[in-house]
Design a protein around this ligand. Sequence first.
Ligand code: HEC
Length: 138
Amino acid sequence: MTARVLGSVATGVAGVMLVSALAVSASAQAPKSITAGVYTKAQADRGKETFSNNCLDCHEADRFTGPAFMADWNGKALSSLWDKVNSMPEDNPGSLKPQEYADILAFFLNIGQFPAGEAELPGDAAAMKGYWVEPVKK
Ligand code: HEC
């Protein structure tokens, strides 16, 4: 009984949070799935280079793909990951240009098998709120 009441309260809270998160991103632009081709291959190649030069000392790239990536970021706006990478490298936070951080995200999407598209992922904090992390549909 108690568990069931708690369960429905939790569902209600999650629902409200989801609705308000969607409302925020809708005011910037309609939410766009990261499965919709939101970066270019050339951008991902640049991101790979930037990642190798700035991140590889502390992180293996495969930490940012597959189940590990989904466990952290699935169901969130890409801005959560954006905020995190902007706090990196840990020993020199925010030292890269916004476009370089966006290139690193493009690299993560590329190694995570999300399809590339025609337009680059913009290095723009507000725009990042408009991209939604979800799995590629098989
Ligand atoms: C000097 C070491 C160091 C460097 C260089 C570094 N990081 Fe980190 N990073 C850490 C530590 C420590 C953490 C927090 C503990 C953890 O999650 O591993 C972290 C956490 C993260 C996370 C959060 C992981 C998660 O799943 O919550 C991301 C994303 C990340 N780093 C990306 C980057 C990127 C991108 C770069 C290069 C621009 C970078 N890091 C460079 C040390 C580093």
